[in-house]
Write a protein that binds this ligand. Structure first.
Ligand SMILES: N[C@@H](CCC[C@H](N)C(=O)O)C(=O)O
Length: 296
C-alpha cells in the first residue's frame, strides 16, 4: 500500500503524520512499527493519525487524533504531537482556525497557534490519584515532599540502585518523575527502562529525570514508554513541572530544557487547574512510502 506522509518534529521529538481525514488507513501495529523504524522505515518516535471529529461529537470538537508509539502500541496523549498536529491541520488548509478542540484518547485538548509560530496547548488537569495513573502503590511506602507523595520504587540493583524515589501522575498518560543532581550523567537508559516496565505500573509508564536549575528552569530527560529516550517529551515536561511545583521546588511558569529544545510549562498549583504547554512544531519533509503487508 502506498501512502503519503509528513515528517514533523517538536523540540526534536519526531513524528510521521498521516492524513486520515478521508477515512482510516487501517494500519496494523506491525505497520506502525515499520513506519517508525529508523533503518527499514521512515523513522519516528510516534505516528500521529489525523481524523475528522467523530459524528457523535460534531460541533464539540474539530478533529480527533490517534497516537501510536514506535513500538506500535496506541496511547492516550502526546504533548509535542499535539503541537505538531495543530501546525499540520492549519498548514495543510484542513482548518482556518488557529484555536482547535481536539479529541484524544485522554479527552479534549485545545491547541492554539501563536503569532511567533509556536503552539500553546491546554493539556488539561494533572491527575494525581494513583488509580488514575494507573499506579499500584500496594506494599510501597511514600514520604511527603511539599504537597507531593514521593514513592520509594524498588529497582533490585538496576544501575547499582536498590530503589528510586518517584512522584507519579497522569497527564492523560502515565509518568513517574524523579529528581536528580545532574541530568546529563543520570542513568536514564538503564533506570528508565526498569521503571517503564516496573510491576507497579500496569500500563507501563514514562520515566522522567529532572534537574532543578532554578525555580523557573529545569533540565529534563525522559525515557518514554514504547519509544525509549526521546529528545523531548511534552507530557513529560508537563508532568515534571507539576511534580516540581508540588515538591515546592518550582514557581508556576517554568522553562524546561530538553535535549531537543525548550518548552514552557505553566500551572497554578491548583489540582483543578489545567496545565499549559508552549513550544515549537515544525514540518521537516513530506513523502510517499510503500508500506509492506505486515500483520501482528
Ligand atoms: N512524546 C510524547 C508522549 C508520547 C506517548 C508516550 N510515549 C506514552 O506512551 O505515554 C509527548 O510529547 O508527550
Amino acid at each position: 500500500m502506498q501512502i503519503s506522509f509528513t515528517k514533523m518534529q517538536g523540540a526534536g521529538n519526531d513524528f510521521v503524520v498521516l492524513d486520515e481525514t478521508r477515512g482510516p488507513l487501517g494500519l496494523s501495529a506491525a505497520q506502525y512499527r515499520w513506519l517508525a523504524d529508523r533503518h527499514f522505515g521512515v523513522g519516528a518516535d510516534q505516528i500521529l493519525s489525523v481524523r475528522p471529529a467523530p459524528q457523535a461529537m460534531a460541533g464539540q470538537v474539530d478533529f480527533e487524533y490517534v497516537i501510536h508509539n514506535a513500538d506500535g502500541g496506541e496511547v492516550e496523549q502526546c504533548g509535542n504531537g499535539a503541537r505538531c498536529f495543530a501546525r499540520y491541520v492549519f498548514d495543510k488548509g484542513l482548518t482556518r482556525q488557529s484555536r482547535l478542540r481536539v479529541l484524544t484518547k485522554a479527552g479534549v485538548i485545545t491547541p492554539q497557534l501563536q503569532p511567533d509560530g509556536r503552539v500553546t496547548v491546554n493539556m488539561g488537569r494533572p491527575r494525581l490519584a494513583p488509580q488514575e495513573v494507573p499506579f499500584d502503590s500496594v506494599g510501597l511506602t511514600a514520604q511527603r515532599v511539599g504537597r507531593a507523595d514521593v514513592w520509594q520504587l524498588p529497582l533490585q540493583g538496576v544501575a547499582g540502585l536498590d530503589a528510586v524515589q518517584v512522584t507519579v501522575l497522569s497527564m492523560g498518560n502515565p509518568h513517574a518523575v524523579q529528581r536528580v543532581d545532574d541530568v546529563a550523567s543520570a542513568p536514564v537508559q538503564q533506570v528508565g527502562a526498569a521503571i517503564e516496565r516496573h510491576a507497579a505500573f500496569p500500563q507501563r509508564v514514562n520515566a522522567g529525570f529532572v534537574q532543578v536549575l532554578a525555580r523557573d528552569r529545569i533540565a529534563l530527560r525522559v525515557f518514554e514508554r514504547g519509544a525509549g529516550e526521546t529528545l523531548a517529551c511534552g507530557t513529560g515536561a508537563c508532568a515534571a513541572v507539576v511534580a516540581g511545583i508540588l515538591w515546592d521546588a518550582l514557581d508556576s511558569r517554568v522553562d524546561v530544557v530538553t535535549r531537543g529544545g525548550v518548552l514552557t510549562i505553566e500551572w497554578s498549583a491548583d489540582p483543578a487547574c489545567d496545565v499549559l504547554m508552549t513550544g515549537p512544531a515544525e514540518t521537516v519533509f513530506e513523502g510517499t512510502v510503500c508500506i509492506p503487508e505486515l500483520s501482528d
